[in-house]
Design a protein around this ligand. Sequence first.
Ligand SMILES: Cc1cc2nc3c(=O)[nH]c(=O)nc-3n(C[C@H](O)[C@H](O)[C@H](O)COP(=O)(O)OP(=O)(O)OC[C@H]3O[C@@H](n4cnc5c(N)ncnc54)[C@H](O)[C@@H]3O)c2cc1C
Ligand code: SF4
Length: 510
Amino acid sequence: MTGRVRSGRELTADRELTCDLAVVGTGAGGGMLIADAARAGLKVIAVEEGAYRTPRDFTQRERAMISDLFQDQGARTTDDGGVAVLQGRGVGGSTVHNTNLCKRIPDPILEHWADSLGLDSWRPAQLAPDFAAVEERLHVSAIDPEKINRNNDALLRGMKQLGWRGGVLQHNRRGCVGSGFCELGCSFDAKENVLKVLLPDALADGAEVWADCRAERITVAGGRAIGLVARAVQGGRPGPKLTLRARAVALAGSAVGSAALARSSALPDPYDLAGRNLHLHPGAAVAAVFDEPVEGWMGIPQSVECTEHIDFLPSSPRRIWIVPAFAHPIGFAAMLPGFGASHMRRLRQYRRTAVLVAMLHDESAGRVTARKDGRPSIEYRLNREDARALTAGLAACARILLAAGAKEVLPPVSSVSAVRGEADLQKIADHGARFGDPPLTGVHPMSTLPMAADPRRGVTDGEGRWHGLPGLYVADGSLFPTSIGGPPQIAIYTVGRRVARAVVADLRGG
Ligand SMILES: Cc1cc2nc3c(=O)[nH]c(=O)nc-3n(C[C@H](O)[C@H](O)[C@H](O)COP(=O)(O)OP(=O)(O)OC[C@H]3O[C@@H](n4cnc5c(N)ncnc54)[C@H](O)[C@@H]3O)c2cc1C
Ligand code: SF4
């Protein structure tokens, strides 16, 4: 029987349903898990705290879309406000508004996990067929160099001038018209994501998705996970309960949502690991004004990367990935340094401004816990080595922009208002990270429920099975034991695929 997307807003009384697999969250990990498990013949029901939106709903209006598609209406931060944490909320999760870059986990990271944590099934050769299958399903392809916009071209030019490593990226888009509105949802339905590819498959195979239903607790009985209790989200008020009874349960609410739910459900965690080890890939933006128009909001927002300053070796000081950043006017105003008249002067240069972001492959470890009402609380501070790596990365961004011909470079640190030469670049590198200076944003939370063969070192095994609680699985970016240093969606879709395989095998075996 064909499944469908239902909404908690329809619920007028408490309801109880039975299934093989209950899933929390419908982003990259959950979306793939739901589709694959349903295809294998399991009765799957997923709950998703956000709404179900389709391309018709994506109006390209920045204010409305950010508050509709993002957690906390786009205002999620760490508890102390030091890092903005951008995440999606709704059927499709962060895949609805992400910028579609596709990379695999680098081999040195996978080898490190296998060697240090007994994760042999994550060695590059073992994982390659899964990566390839995911890339094929999501139609991953090289971005056409003709589609490189002028913001990305500034990065390419600067890199070439300096002789630095980097190149054109891969993406999962088909039928893209280059509107530049990716982060507000694609009204042209060109993103090969959960909404377009996996959800239709899952529904055709009988899966049921309950949007506007927030999982509040995982239920455990007789030493097994046996379901969950969710609550309908009806405007500002909590609605009726939706109880799922299941043979298996999977957390796929993201590294923030899954960890908060694990903590508020008091799941077995004898080594107090759940929620610790949060990585965010925090980044900061460097803007630069050119004589000629850049118009970075038009075209594919990110198509070029600089890999000169990242090598993925454990504890390496080279941990910076550089990509263009772009923004529509509200995001641009928030990103630019300064206040009052000087801020306004810079806003007037919007058309001629290029922006790069230095994103950190972080080793600093934050923490997710649950507040009394179950909502996530996020703590994160950069350690000294990470602060040093990040500011060296900001200096590298400024160097690229100067090499590309920028007239004025505006670094996001208070000690340097504009870059005029080599001495200023060194001042940026030496600035270090102070609270809010530079302002940091993290768009890739991961690692809060990490996997390891040994239960003393990880919450799950290498296939996402919760150590010590049969029937419970984790299927999102929480699983990565370390930062992966680049765009994580392909890796997280791959997690969903592997966990689906484990659930199906376990349920068939039992
Ligand atoms: C602006 C931006 C751009 C990005 N660009 C890229 C990119 O170009 N390439 C790339 O690889 N990655 C990108 N990412 C990151 C990528 O999209 C995410 O890392 C990935 O989607 C995370 O997958 P996930 O399954 O862990 O969580 P998500 O995709 O975030 O999905 C989790 C879902 O679970 C739901 N949920 C959480 N808690 C509960 C609960 N208690 N009950 C019910 N539902 C719950 C949430 O509402 C959400 O829908 C970007 C992210 C952002 C913010
Ligand atoms: S740039 Fe392409 S993928 Fe992004 S919103 Fe426009 S059409 Fe969609």
